[in-house]
Design a protein around this ligand. Structure first.
Ligand code: FE2
Length: 266
């Protein structure tokens, strides 16, 4: 196995790893260390069915159920489809996943199953750097603020059952200390955070948009152009991600997503 830094300020590629095969403890340790160091790992050339994907990726943590019941794979419910069909829209805004949960996932894993002939890239942003990119005034302002998070009211892919089970109300600090690295990162979901302490609800979205504008720059982002066989894992505790929706929507784009159990942000 070889781990090589990508040509960006963060992220690494992993070659020579087959997630179908048993992983030795020493290899698992190396990969977990690499995820903490590089934030995003691109594991190349995988050929997995849903169960072997789930089993293989559990070297990084415990897969947890996702909140859209209709998109779970029947043969392995921890794997959920991300698709530009069935009213699902590409998640074009910068965000971290499942913040409507008290314990949002520590990592998100995506596996390319069908790709458009061009585009459909996923971008990642380093939020340790994102926090440092904020003006001193913004940093001071958000230091002790919390967001309140709900499933988006206008998202047609959430069923009434999904909303009943996972509607939300979870409160999370806007500056989060990573439980393993001890470093601070900017942490929020721009459309799930409908409340920010002390702010009028109408001002929340412009406030968060302004923070994103300050935080996200070319030098702390990484654009991933998908290849078939790619499994990409992202540390949600210190990164955001977004999809470029500017691809031919008549072509299907399907990723298999797994999220890994996390702890309550502090
Ligand atoms: Fe996402």
């Amino acid at each position: 196995m070889q781990i090589t830094a990508l040509d960006a300020s963060f992220g690494a590629e992993v070659f020579g790893l087959d997630l179908n095969k048993p992983i030795f403890d020493e290899t698992a340790k190396k990969l977990n260390r690499a995820l903490l160091d590089h934030i995003v790992l691109v594991i190349r050339d995988q050929d997995l069915d849903a169960r072997s994907y789930c089993k293989g990726i559990s070297l990084f943590g415990e897969p947890m159920l996702q909140h859209r019941l209709a998109f779970r794979l029947p043969e392995c419910p921890e794997v959920s489809r991300i698709i530009n069909r069935e009213k699902m829209r590409p998640a074009a805004n910068w965000h971290t996943d499942h913040t409507n949960h008290e314990e949002p996932p520590k990592a998100t894993v995506l596996y390319a199953r069908k790709l458009p002939s061009k585009g459909g890239d996923t971008s990642f942003a380093n939020m340790y750097a994102g926090l440092e990119n904020l003006s001193p005034a913004s940093q001071a302002q958000i230091a002790s603020l919390f967001t309140t998070n709900y499933m988006e009211a206008d998202n047609p892919t959430y069923s009434a059952d999904d909303r009943g089970a996972f509607g939300g109300g979870a409160r999370h600090p806007m500056v989060r200390t990573h439980p393993e690295t001890g470093k601070k990162a900017l942490y929020f979901h721009v459309t799930k955070a409908t409340g920010v302490d002390g702010l009028d609800p109408d001002l929340v979205r412009p406030f968060l948009d302004d923070l994103l504008k300050q935080a996200i720059r070319p030098d702390n982002t990484l654009r991933h152009q998908w290849r078939m066989g790619d499994v990409v894992i992202c540390d949600n505790r210190c990164a955001m991600h977004s999809v470029d929706p500017n691809f031919d929507q008549s072509e299907e784009r399907l990723l298999w997503r797994i999220i890994l159990k996390g702890d309550q942000p502090v």
